[in-house]
Structures are given as C-alpha cells and as structure tokens.
Design a protein around this ligand. Structure first.
Ligand SMILES: Cc1cc2nc3c(=O)[nH]c(=O)nc-3n(C[C@H](O)[C@H](O)[C@H](O)COP(=O)(O)OP(=O)(O)OC[C@H]3O[C@@H](n4cnc5c(N)ncnc54)[C@H](O)[C@@H]3O)c2cc1C
Length: 501
C-alpha cells in the first residue's frame, strides 16, 4: 500500500509539473511537442524585430481561441516544413525593417522551411499575411511580400492581398480583425482599437433588388452632419468604417434577460450578445460596472460606391442574417434600424492598395454582388474620363439583381465604359448546357485574348466582391490567361488589386 501511495504521489507530481511547463510554454507562444493539432489547427507564424508583430500575433491567437479555434503560435524560424505542409490555414504576421529585411526570428524561414517544397506542396493551404512596416522606406512591407511570393510559388492560396500596416495604423489592424472574424465564424469581437468616428446622416435609402433572388441590397446615400463633402474627402477605392448601434428590439430583449432596469440609451453601442453565465454576474453589478463589463460593438467596413463630385457618399449594403434569421449588426443597422437622418457613426478609411494607377491606364473591373460598389467609384471617377474601362459583373438574376444598371447603361452610352460583360447565375441555361458560363469568373476565359491585349496595353485589374468562390475563381482564371508569374508581377506593380470580403 505504501508503494502504491508513493507511486500515485509521484505520478501526480509529474503531471502537475508537466501542466505547469505546458502553461509556461504556451505563455511563451511556443507550441508544445505533440500538441500541434494538424489540419484543423490555424498556424500563426510571426517575425518580429521590436515585439509589435509578436504582440499582434498573440492578440490574433487569443481572438481565434476565444472563438473556439485551435491555434499554434510560433516564431517563423521555428516552423518546420513538416508542420507547414500539414497546415490548411496559415496566418503570418511579418515586420520588415531596413531595406526589406526580415527580422531575426524570421530570416531562416524561406531558406529552411520552404526549401524542398515543390509547386504543389501547399496547394491545400489558405494564407493571410499581415505586413508591418513604414511606408517612408522603399521596400514597404518587403519581407511580407517576399513571404507571399515564396508561398505562392509552392501553390498556396491567399484569402486576400497582403494587409499592409503602416506604422501600426489602427485601421489596417481592424481590417485584419475582419478576416479573423471570417476565419473563426465569430464576427462580434470588439475592435482592438476604437475608430474615431464622425457624424453622418442617411439622406436616402432604397432597396435596389425588390424582385431579386438573393437577400435585399440597399443603395444608401450619406451626408456629413457638419461641413460638406469636399473633392479630396475620399478617393475611388476607399472604404468606410461604420460604428453600428443596437436596435431598440435588441436592447429590449437584453433588458428582459437582465431583469432589472437600466437606461436603454446607455446600451446603444454596447455588445449585448452575452452568455447566460455572464448575465448572472451582471445582474448583481451596479450600472457603471455593468457597462464596463459590456464591450463596445465592433465596426463594419463598406466599399464607397461614389466619388465626392457626385455629392454624396454612397454605399451598397446587402442584408446578412444569422441562423435565427436575425439581421447582422452592420447591415441591419444601415438598412433597417437606423432611420433616415439619424446619426451614423462613420470614418473614411483610405485604402491605397485599391486606388487606380495613372488616369489614362486602362482598367479591367471584375466583381460580383455588392462588389460592384467598389468598382462603381472607379468608373464614376471624373479623373479617369480618358481611360478605357471594361466591367465584368456577375449576380443572380438580371430582372431583380442587375445593380446600378442605369448608371452602367449611361456610362456605356457616353463611352466611359468601353466594354461590359454581365452574367446572371440563376438565368443560365443549366439543364440544356451544364457547362455554360454561370459566374463572373466563367466570363474571363472566353475573353482571354482580349484581356491579354488590354494587359499588354498596360491595363490594371481590379477585383471586388466575394472572398468565397468569386475571388479564387477569378484568380485561377487570370492565372490561366496571363500566367501565374505575370499575374504576380502585376500584383507587385499594383496592377492586380483585390478588395474581397
Ligand atoms: C473591405 C470590405 C468592404 C466591404 N464592402 C461591403 C459592401 O460594399 N457591401 C456589403 O454589403 N458588405 C461589404 N462588406 C462586408 C461587411 O463589412 C459586413 O461583413 C457585412 O455587412 C456583414 O456584417 P453584419 O454586421 O451585417 O453581419 P454580422 O453581424 O457580422 O453577421 C451576422 C451573420 O452573418 C454571417 N455573415 C457575416 N458576414 C457575412 C458575409 N459577408 N456573407 C455571409 N454571411 C455573413 C455571420 O457569420 C453571422 O452568422 C465589406 C467588407 C470589407 C472587409
């Protein structure tokens, strides 16, 4: 019995030591041997010189873990080929310093982990890269782009272009958080930093697909509450960050759950989706503590569909619903709950990677659904009156979902749009011709030669709309038409730009 008791004691002590060690290693951000969770696990790699990338990587890991995802967090140099090839989702946070150089804890990754991997090794992998840098240097985010290039050569797919963060710009980090929401399926995280909003008001709002096949989409026009729209307030390609508010119904439901009174106006911008356990805690707290326990609602981003000379800031917002058919936070606020003339908290975010190059450079604009918003601003841009523009657009039904068709028609008549190709998936002759084009990406191959001619003439390609399906399909079609290397050179020269969500 004594031996047995001693063995149990020693065994328990060893388990206790192992748990402490594991906890310590986790805090250090190091994956513990045997804990790498395989394909389901999101691998987060970071390369940090001053600690900023490490901090953001840790915040990223924390956010994904809170959403129930398995993550492995490692400095880039500690990622081995074997782990990399097992990973289906890879997030990289990479600083650049000097003239495009890699930080010390990331400088061996390309030569070591990627050596020996061929062009198909990572074709199952989805990658998202956050580049930290300083735009006053020539090779802004240079190391992040080197990583993209090296992974691309091994077949990896990219959820979006490298998200470039200039001197830790908050808005770019909020944009990164958007993708973390998409990856984890939880879009209700608080922002790491709160935008400084201005007050705008909705002056007009119209559902532009009342007979549409898909969810309702609204054309929304906004004006600043103070001052007026000046020519340089934004550029085609920019986006807005909106600070949504809770609907009155959401506040009432929360008050019912809470079971005690608190002034409803105090809850307007607080996140009210909380668990029953948390609610029990809140019931006993005074108002101030309760408000401190409820985080701020997160922002939402929308592409600006107009240019300042048109006199209003226009958006095209599609209603999104959750599994209980409740309207999404941002789309519900903008399309239904906010009244016309009610204050909208809004911030314009410059989006330089989606700004068009020279005025006379031809543009090929490709988008689906609400993606036409980001493309419309480029077509409407008076500064581009001399450049050729070609629009590819896909939606569901021509009768119900042909967004901005009057504008497109007018621009075709005036010659501002040289070519227009549209496709509507639900109108396609499915049964008779199962291989007939259905989606916007299917329109590209039949126009391959003309696209090659436009690109040879210096055209830039702008893609806006769905991340799932469309963006990948367009990328694959363009790689076939132009060659993967040429497409990558275009991206490097800012002639292949994507704003996909
Ligand atoms: C750069 C950028 C530009 C954008 N431009 C536009 C635009 O011009 N027009 C526009 O309508 N949207 C645009 N979006 C998407 C927009 O920011 C919101 O993600 C979208 O309105 C849904 O937010 P929500 O708060 O209404 O829904 P949430 O409250 O976030 O989500 C409600 C439910 O819908 C699901 N969900 C969330 N987003 C989507 C989605 N995109 N598709 C399907 N289900 C979803 C969630 O998982 C959840 O179950 C853009 C996003 C980015 C990053």
């Amino acid at each position: 019995m004594r031996y047995l008791a001693a063995s149990v004691l020693i065994f328990s002590y060893l388990i206790f030591c192992w748990l402490c060690w594991r906890q310590y290693r986790r805090k250090q951000g190091v994956a513990v041997a045997g804990e790498i969770e395989g394909a389901d696990c999101i691998l987060i790699g970071y390369a940090s010189q001053t600690g900023s990338a490490t901090r953001i990587a840790q915040q990223t890991a924390q956010q994904l873990e809170q959403a129930g995802k398995l993550v492995t967090l490692l400095p880039l140099n500690q990622i081995e080929s074997e782990l990399l090839t097992q990973t289906a989702k890879l997030l990289l946070i990479a600083s650049t310093y000097g003239e495009g150089e890699a930080p010390d804890n990331g400088n061996r990754f390309i030569a070591r982990a990627l050596r020996g991997l061929d062009a198909k090794s990572l074709q199952h992998q989805q990658v998202l890269i956050l580049g930290l840098g300083d735009s006053s240097y020539d090779y802004f985010c240079g190391f992040a782009h080197q990583l993209q290039h090296a992974l691309h050569e091994r077949g990896a797919h990219f959820m979006a272009d490298v998200i470039e963060v200039d001197r830790l710009d908050d808005s770019a980090l909020r944009h990164w958080q958007y993708y973390l929401g998409q990856l984890s399926g939880n879009t209700h995280f608080s922002d790491w930093s709160k935008p400084t909003y201005e007050k705008w008001g909705i002056v007009a709002r119209e559902c532009i697909n009342p007979n549409g096949v898909g969810a309702s989409a609204f054309h929304i026009q906004l004006q600043p509450m103070q001052g007026e729209i000046t020519p340089d307030l934004w550029q085609a390609g920019d986006v807005v960050e909106i600070g949504p508010c809770n609907s009155r119904a959401a506040i009432d439901t929360f008050l019912q759950r809470l079971g005690r009174p608190i002034a409803p106006e105090l809850l307007i911008t607080r996140s009210l989706s909380i668990s029953d356990e948390k609610l029990v805690e809140l019931k006993t707290q005074d108002d101030q503590l309760l408000l401190e326990s409820l985080s701020e609602l997160p922002h939402r981003e929308y592409s600006i569909a107009s240019v300042p000379s048109e006199g209003s800031l226009d958006l095209l917002v599609r209603q999104v619903r959750d599994a209980n058919n409740q309207l999404g936070l941002g789309s519900g606020w903008l399309t239904q709950y906010a009244g016309v003339n009610q204050t909208i908290r809004l911030r314009i975010r410059a989006n330089p990677h989606f700004h068009a190059p020279a005025d006379s450079c031809p543009l090929i604009l490709i988008g689906n659904g609400t993606g036409i918003a980001g493309l419309r601003a480029h077509i409407a841009n008076p500064a581009r009156a001399n450049g050729r523009q070609w629009l590819f657009f896909g939606e569901r039904s021509e009768l119900g979902d042909d967004f901005f068709s009057a504008d497109v028609h007018r621009w075709q008549q005036s010659g501002r749009l040289t070519r227009v190709n549209k496709i509507f998936s639900r109108d396609a002759p499915l049964k008779e011709q199962p291989n007939a084009p259905r989606y916007v990406q299917d329109l590209l191959m039949p126009n391959a030669e003309e696209i090659q001619r436009w690109v040879a003439d210096g055209a830039a390609i702008f893609v806006c709309g769905s991340l799932q399906g469309m963006a990948q399909g367009v990328d694959a079609a363009l790689a076939k038409i132009l060659g993967a290397d040429e497409l990558e050179s275009l991206a490097d020269a800012q002639r292949y730009c994507r704003d996909v969500y």
